[in-house]
Design a protein around this ligand. Structure first.
Ligand code: DAH
Length: 349
């Protein structure tokens, strides 16, 4: 019996030396300490010993079983540690690696101009209003003093939806809607941003859809001087410096007098350069004094009230300000184009 214990001790040591993972360790445990394991079976033989032998050999057996249990447990702990170390090494994160770059978006140039103009006019106490993109012939044309067969309709060839409904060709109908809504027929100060549509063939300077901001001021004693001052402030905000404004006579059916507005070139400060074709001026928008007939058609007393109005083309301003030569750039959304505006915040240059 004693011999057998010694033999098993040797066998166990050898078996444990060969163990290299938790699974093979468990196999050893089962083969020695399991239900039918070598040590467990040896216990059966203890019963057959004489009482005197039982005492000494029994102790020896118990010591050996305890030793075997401990040896296996120790090896288990060290194998577990080894496995954990291996896992930690495999999953190690190098915190000194540079982080992958986050791609951020940028404001669209049209959005930048639109917001700049809106925040300027809001700061001067104007209301920002919106109107429908599908307009009636009445508001888009007739109430703006453009009756059927008027040649001005050709200038704004329209997309018809029904015989009476079109995609608006300008933001000017919002003026009429505001005047009509104002039941007191008193002062108005508003701007109206939005998309407009014309049946144009798309090329570098034309688009069948573009953006405008309409402005309308009505009060007693409003004059061209108010219009000029307002536009000067607007152009200074958009193009920086002290910009000069020049009025050129023009024609719009809904204003009298009607003007086209030039701003002194922001590249050469009005001296003359290639950008302004040596003229020192850049053409920016249409404007005028609200036609008395337009006031009257919306129920205003045109003896008491007068007003000015203008319509800014957002694309035109953005093209001038950012030196963009092709209007189609705005709608293609190529990332390398949009990326150019990344560093420009909503108020800056
Ligand atoms: N609606 C005109 C256009 O689209 C622009 C315009 C000119 C608007 C004169 C106005 C204005 O309010 O007074 O061409």
């Amino acid at each position: 019996m004693e011999k057998t214990i010694k033999q098993l001790k040797k066998e166990l040591k050898e078996a444990l030396e060969k163990v290299n993972d938790l699974k093979s360790l468990n196999d050893v445990r089962v083969s020695f300490l399991g239900k039918k394991g070598k040590i467990t079976l040896l216990k059966e033989q203890l019963k057959e010993l004489s009482v005197a032998n039982k005492k000494t050999v029994g102790k020896m057996f118990n010591d050996f079983r305890e030793e075997a249990t401990n040896l296996i447990a120790e090896q288990e702990v060290s194998l577990q540690k080894e496995a954990l170390d291996k896992q930690l090494l495999a999953e190690k994160i190098d915190i000194t690696l540079p982080a992958s770059q986050l791609k951020t978006g940028s404001f669209h140039p049209l959005e930048l101009i639109n917001d700049e103009i809106i925040s300027l006019f809001v700061s001067m106490g104007y209301d920002v209003v919106r109107g429908p993109e599908i307009e009636t012939d009445k508001y888009n044309f007739e109430r703006l003093n453009i009756p059927k067969d008027h040649p001005a309709r050709d200038m704004q060839d329209s997309f018809y939806i029904t015989s009476k409904h079109i995609l608006r060709t300008q933001t000017s109908p919002i003026q009429v809607r505001m005047m009509e809504k104002n039941y007191e027929k008193g002062p108005i100060r508003m701007i109206a941003p939005g998309k407009v549509y014309r049946k144009d063939d798309d090329d570098a300077t034309h688009s069948h859809q573009f953006m405008q901001i309409e402005a309308l001021v009505i009060d007693e004693n409003i004059s061209l001087a108010h219009l000029k001052g307002t536009l000067e402030v607007t152009m200074q905000k958009l193009f920086g410096g002290t910009r000069n404004i020049r009025f050129r006579p023009s024609y719009f059916p809904f204003t009298e007098p009607s003007l086209e507005v030039d701003v002194s070139c922001f590249k050469c400060d009005g001296v003359g350069c290639a950008f302004c074709k040596e003229s020192g001026w850049l053409e920016v928008l249409g404007a005028g004094m609200v036609h008395p007939t337009v006031l009257q058609m919306s129920g205003y007393d045109n003896k008491k009230y007068s007003g000015f109005a203008f319509g800014i083309g957002i694309e035109r301003i953005a093209m001038l300000k950012y030196g963009i030569n092709d209007i189609r750039e705005f709608y293609q959304n190529h990332w390398h184009f949009l990326d150019l505006f990344k560093r420009i915040d909503k108020e800056g240059y």
